[in-house]
Design a protein around this ligand. Sequence first.
Ligand code: SF4
Length: 437
Amino acid sequence: MSLQAARGRELKPPLRPVPNRPALASPLRETNKVTSIAAAYSRAALRFPVNPETRAFYRRFYPGTSTLDWNDWRWQLRTRIRTLDELARIFRLSEDERSAVERHEGSLPVGITPYYASLMGLDDASEPLRRTHIMTGQEYIRGPGEADDPLDEDHDTVVPGLVHRYPDRVLFLTTGTCSTYCRYCTRARVVGNPGGEYQFSTRQWEKALAYLQAHTEVRDVLLSGGDPLTIGDDKLDWLLTRLRAIKHIEFLRIGTKIPVVLPQRITKDFAKMLKKHHPLWMSLHVTHPVELTDEVTESTARLADAGIPLGSQTVLLKDINDCPRVMVPLMQGLLKRRVKPYYLYQCDPIRGSAHFRASVERGLEIITALRGHTTGYATPMFCIDAPGGGGKIQLAPDPVVGRDGDDLLLRNFEGKVYRYPDPGGTLGRDKQRLAAE
Ligand code: SF4
């Protein structure tokens, strides 16, 4: 039996004649051969790099776990750190963290893949990645302007799980499950509901598909959630096939954090499945250069090799990544991995997120530090998603200094002022007037 048949795949006609193989002596030997081929396949499929720090971590905290298990994304998902006891077994928790976890109820529980935990500071509660995933008491303080649904997505929800805000594109919330739960999540209200992680059913998807079929103005579907890559290969393949069958949908996108927090999910078969659904783009949620491990180099390479254009989205987070020393290597590291830095977001004002929000000026300083100092490809768009459903508003450092007659005065990345001949133009005139007043 061939390898494909052992994997339950359809055989394609061979391109060249295949020489007859000698018959096996007994059916038992054939069975053994199939089993060993399947085992070899499964070992090959789970082959994935393991960086040295992560290997030391799993030997210490998951003794007896084989590399095969560690590299199996389903094992990682099943073994997520979800309880106070599990956290305390691995991390030296501060009193603040301990009591915040104890107090928590409802959606957005603790959830960390063992792999992602291996990148975190075990003894230091202020370590950046740990701060984004282990709750603290500040999460229970509601700041001014904060809301459970700050972007008013519920208002633009046309059928459950489908947000239609912009004319030609929709947001399709496919699942409420994530492999890890970020404490600043915009959809904190819906992800990881206790007992209801899988509440987004295929029946619900059917309603969304019927809406999309009927709305011919929709060209672009962004699959998000939760994290669509937590969905099994077959089910996701089914959904993408159904979406592809809708003629007016030109373009599919997936928003995901999994290639960064559970890179083992990107198996070669999975990448091959995605490749069937082009044009398919992917936005990866990344936070900090510590995340850019050998494993992430592999997951992004597999996706890029499958022809999927990769972009990144990063939330600007106070004392986590809000300085050029962190953001510049992050953006450059992404580019090296064929991920185009796409969005830098000001943190949405969800309830209890004040401790994560850096000032807007900080974001502009970072863009200034990137512009001109490194390739333009490494510079993301800095955006605020306007509270109340106003959509994304891009912010950029203003280069216009003013005007001198027909000359427009512009500041470059080094702060030097240059003249550009712009006869008849008016841009910059107001600035001069305001400066004079
Ligand atoms: S992975 Fe995305 S959807 Fe899930 S908790 Fe983090 S920000 Fe929210």
